[in-house]
Design a protein around this ligand. Structure first.
Ligand code: FDM
Ligand code: MG
Length: 211
C-alpha cells in the first residue's frame, strides 16, 4: 500500500452528500491503513486552512456572499494550490485518502444551475483519482443526522439535485457503497474496495483528469 516497496501511493476519494458519513469513514480507513503499516494521509477539500480555503469557508458559513462562478473557481483553485504537494506525496509512495474532490466541485456547482461543461473545465489537469467511492445516502436520511443544516448547501431539495449530478458523473473509477448500512459494514466494504484498487493501480503511472 505504498511506501517501502517503492511504488507510488494511491489517490482514493470519498464522495457523497453532506452527512453521508464520508469524514468518519475516511478516518476509519486511514487508521486501518496506518495499522497495516501503510504510508497514508487523510486530506479533505475544501482545505479550509489556506487563504482561498478561508474565503470558501466564510461563504459556506453564510458569512460572505460570492458569485456562483467565482466560488466554483475558488473551490477548483483550492485543489490546484494543493496539486504539487499531492503529486509529490503520491510519487514518494504516500497513499492519500481524500474527503471530497473534483466530483463535489462539479456536482454542487452544476446543481446550482451552472453549465456542466463549464464546471468541468477547470478540473482538467488535476491528478485523476485511482478510486472514487460514493457513499450513497438518501438526502432525507442524511438530513436526520447530527449537525445538518449548519452550512449553505445543507438543504434537502438542493442535495437531491446534487445526488442526480453525482450519478451522471460516474466513470470507470467510481464505486457505490450503500451509506445507510451500519458503519461497520460500510467500513468493511471500503477496505475491500481499497485493497482491490491498490492491487490494480500498482505500476500504473499517475494520470490527469480529462473531463
Ligand atoms: N463543495 C465541496 C463544493 O461545492 N465544491 C467543491 O469543490 C467541494 C470540494 O462544500 F456542501 C461543497 C460540498 C459541501 C461543502 O464541504 C463543504 P464539507 O465536506 O462539508 O467540508
Ligand atoms: Mg458539510
Amino acid at each position: 500500500c505504498g511506501g517501502k516497496g517503492g511504488g507510488r501511493g494511491a489517490l482514493v476519494v470519498l464522495e457523497g452528500l453532506d452527512r453521508s458519513g464520508k469524514s468518519s469513514q475516511c478516518a476509519r480507513l486511514l487508521s486501518f491503513l496506518k495499522g497495516k503499516g501503510c504510508n497514508a494521509e487523510g486530506w479533505r477539500f475544501p482545505d479550509r486552512t489556506t487563504s482561498v480555503g478561508q474565503m470558501i469557508s466564510a461563504y459556506l458559513a453564510n458569512q460572505s456572499q460570492l458569485d456562483d462562478r467565482t466560488v466554483h473557481l475558488l473551490f477548483s483553485a483550492n485543489r490546484w494550490e494543493k496539486r504539487g504537494l499531492m503529486e509529490s506525496k503520491l510519487l514518494s509512495g504516500t497513499t492519500l485518502i481524500v474527503d471530497r474532490y473534483s466530483h463535489s466541485g462539479v456536482a454542487f456547482s452544476a446543481a446550482k444551475g451552472l453549465d456542466l461543461e463549464w464546471c468541468k473545465a477547470p478540473e482538467n489537469g488535476l491528478i485523476a483519482p485511482d478510486l472514487v467511492i460514493y457513499l450513497d445516502v438518501q438526502p432525507e436520511k442524511a438530513s436526520e443526522r447530527g449537525g445538518y443544516g449548519d452550512e449553505r448547501y445543507e438543504k434537502i431539495e438542493f442535495q437531491k439535485k446534487v445526488a442526480d449530478y453525482y450519478l451522471s458523473l460516474r466513470d470507470s473509477t467510481w464505486k457505490v457503497v450503500d451509506g445507510s448500512l451500519p458503519m461497520e459494514t460500510v467500513e468493511e466494504q471500503l477496505r475491500e474496495l481499497f485493497t482491490n484498487c491498490i492491487q490494480q493501480c500498482q505500476g500504473k503511472p499517475l494520470a490527469n483528469l480529462a473531463w
